[in-house]
Each structure stands twice: as structure tokens, then as C-alpha cells.
Design a protein around this ligand. Sequence first.
Ligand SMILES: [Zn+2]
Length: 434
Amino acid sequence: MNITVCNPLLRTPLSLIVDDSCPVINLTYYWIQQRHAWKARHQPGVPPDRWEGNAAQLKKIPPTIPADFAAEWAEWCWENGVKGKFSLIPYPAGVGRVDEGFPAQVVEKSSTLEYQAWMRVYRELIWPSFDLTPEMLTHTAVVDLDTFALTEEWEQVEWVNPPVDNRLTDYIIAAMEILDNVGIPCEGVTSPGAFGKRQEAAYAKAVLTASQHVNNNPRPFYFLWLKNDELPDVPIWYPEKENGVAIASIVACAGDWFGGWTGYDLGDADRFITEDLQEGRLPPILEKELPCVLVGHWPGFYFNGEKCGFEILKTVKTRLDNYDPDGTKTLWMKTSEIGHYWMARELTDITVLPVGVVSNRIQQINLSTQFPTANFTLAIDAPIRHVQVNGWDLREVHSRRDFQRDTFLIEGNQQTFIAFDLEIGETQLALIVA
Ligand SMILES: [Zn+2]
């Protein structure tokens, strides 16, 4: 009897990553302003590179993004089942700490009321569908942890190659603690730009250590890689099988083709998936049933109030719905859920006992894991008449549309799929072969 672990409920994971988001502040406005000021101090006379933003566009960029827009966006995601990850930069551009409430007059047009409205949207509308993560501390300059003053180094420039001693771990701890101070135990972190990329092993270790320290969370994730030219994977680092400890690298495969990080570089839905569902980055990945993680940037969805990036998201979602009209091919997940599923997939021991150990009719399979996950799905290369998980009967269904947790499905009279929530410890499957 051959057993394989399949995608959850036989559906390809979909997830939307939103970067550069924070309460009140439009990160792009401050990022470009601070970068150009830095440039004038350190490289006078050298014009900014394209990646450093266009000063001429600054006049159009508002310093804040309204909570009303965040509510509209998040309600749409909720109603349409879009899930993923949404950043909450803890000390955006060094303007104010989110756990100190952004006092009035910190930024133009901002007020305590607007900050409170934003935090309500985060907690009530975004969090149910998205993991909330820090994107380090400021997403601009590196912070001196003793004084919380900004230094002349940049999180996404110098700290692409960060110090690999305790400073890196302390830095991530500081970011996680600010979120914890506002009642948000984060499931992982997001790299601002390429933060940590040249020291990925040390970075992954530091995130894992910080997550255990601040949130007692032994199975976090980090988002660092966007690969638009390779097939995606979910690498698992530092697995400790017996202790249930590991960290997942969530690798995105598509983006940013909404509105860019700038909020003035308009993308195109066709680059994700064309209207005829044949072209674009996503169809070949969906075809291979690999996790499709899309990336967008918060200022790009807002697009200086024109909401053009948000419109592209709506178009992409409509096309993905057309690709999967009965909901049997894809499954929107939070990024932490993808990480947990891949940990369970790789780090669960599955033992098929010889027939006859329990009885001549019953095939017993033992699963042992410290990595729980929802919708754990197995394929068995035999038609099974009856399935029990830890003594509970699963219900047989007859179509993929009805295939949910605690059911099983026989296809082609030769293969059986079984789905259930995998819990920590031992799980016993008892199967009666048809
Ligand atoms: Zn970012």
C-alpha cells in the first residue's frame, strides 16, 4: 500500500502577500523622502537610482493612507475569501511607534482617531484573513535599539547583509515585541526589501529564536524571496522533529504587478493570468499544483487614492475564480497555514502496519508528528470502503466539491483520498479495503 501526502483537500494553495503596510502612514512617501535626504548627505550630486524613487512623483504622493480605504479593501478580501499576509510595520519610517499610538500632529492630517480606526481595521477586518507580521522596524533606516533613533544604515540596503551576532536577533525581537504590545502575536516576519538575504541561514535562525522568545511560537515563517522565474517551493529550515520546531520560508512566485511599491507604477492583471486563463505567470504553476503566493504593496493598491492596484487585484481574483468555478482546484490560505502544512508534510512519520496486526480485514496506519495542520490530505493507492481516524468514522463523499476535512473520496475505483486535521502526537488510521 502506497501513501502520499497531497495538497490540502487536493487544492493548490493561493495566498496574497501585502508588504509596506502600517497604520496611517504611506510608507512610500517617507521612504523616498528619507532616501533622497540620505543621498544628499552621503553622495551629494549623485542623482537617485530608479530603485530609490522619483522625487518628481512625491508631489502626488499623500503622506497618509486612510483607514476607510483599508476597511474597504479588507471587507472585499473577506467577502471574496482572499487570504494571506499583511504587514504591520512597527515603527514606520521612524515616524511613530504603533504601540505609542501615533500622537496627534505626528504626521500631517493624522490624528489619534485615525490611528484608532486603523487599528480597529487591522484587528477586526484584516487579521481574520491575513497573518500580521512586522516588516522589521522602520522599513527605512536601521534603528539604534538603545535610543530608538534612526542611524545612517538602511534596513534594506546595508542590512541585506546584516550582522549575524545577537544584534540581528535583538532587532527582530524588538519588532515582534512592538506588535505584541498592541496585542498581536505575529506568526512570522517580512523582510523589508532584501533584508537578510546574504545571510539567510543566520536570518532564519534569528527569526526562529525571536519567535520562540517573544511569542512562544516554535513554527513561524519568514517572507524574503520573490522568484518570478522559478517554480515555487516551501523550504523548511532548522527542523527539530522531536520538538516540533521549524521555520518555513514562504517564497512568492508572482508580483508586484498591482501598483508597485511606489504607488505610481501601474501593473497589469495579464501578468498574473490573462482573461482566457492561458497566459501569465500563474497558469503553469497552477497546472503543476505548486503554491501560488502573489505579492503586492499597500501603497500600490491605494495608488495615491485612485485605487488602481486594488482594481487589478479584483480582476485577478475574478480570473482565478473562473479558473476554478466549483472551488475544487484552489484554496486560499494564510501564509502561516502554508508553512504549517509543509512542515506536517515533510516532518510526519507515516508507518503502514502489516495487515493482520489488528485483524485480517483492517489495514492500520500510524502517523506520528509534532507538526499539526488543518486539512491534512493523504492519497492511498487502493479503494477503501471504510476509514476511521482515532476511532472516528469518516464520511464518504463522491465528488471533489464535497471533499472536506473528515471525509474520504474514492476516485477511479483505485485511489482513495482522506482528509482530516492532523494533531500533535499519534494518529491511528484504520482502513477496510474494498
Ligand atoms: Zn517592503
